[in-house]
Structures are given as structure tokens and as C-alpha cells.
Unconditional design. Structure first.
Length: 60
């Protein structure tokens, strides 16, 4: 079986995009994938307490 390289690349790109976000329908793949990922990268890390203050225990 011989596939054109474009088909192979497109299928690879679809798999890599859809793998982290399996709940997104294929028809609307591009926009929801971007909007679903951007909040995670845009959220700032939680604020750290000042150095003199002891941070709360991670698991109590």
C-alpha cells in the first residue's frame, strides 16, 4: 500500500491535535483545540507566600 505523503502528514497532525483533547468533535477541531489549550498556558502560577511566612502543608 502506498500513501501520498500529504495524507500521512495530515493524519499525523490530526492525531497529535486530537490526542490531548479527545472530547472535541472532528468537524470543529481547530478552534476548540486552541481555545481549550490557551487557558492552561495563560493562567499565572498561584501566588507564593512571602519568605517569612510558612506555606501551608501541601497535603493535610
Amino acid at each position: 500500500m502506498q500513501f501520498p505523503i500529504i495524507t500521512l502528514m495530515l493524519s499525523l497532525a490530526l492525531v497529535t491535535i486530537a490526542a490531548p483533547t479527545p472530547y472535541i468533535p472532528i468537524g470543529s477541531l481547530n478552534l476548540p483545540a486552541v481555545s481549550a489549550r490557551s487557558p492552561q498556558s495563560n493562567t499565572p502560577p498561584p501566588p507564593r507566600p512571602p519568605k517569612g511566612v510558612m506555606p501551608p502543608p501541601a497535603h493535610s
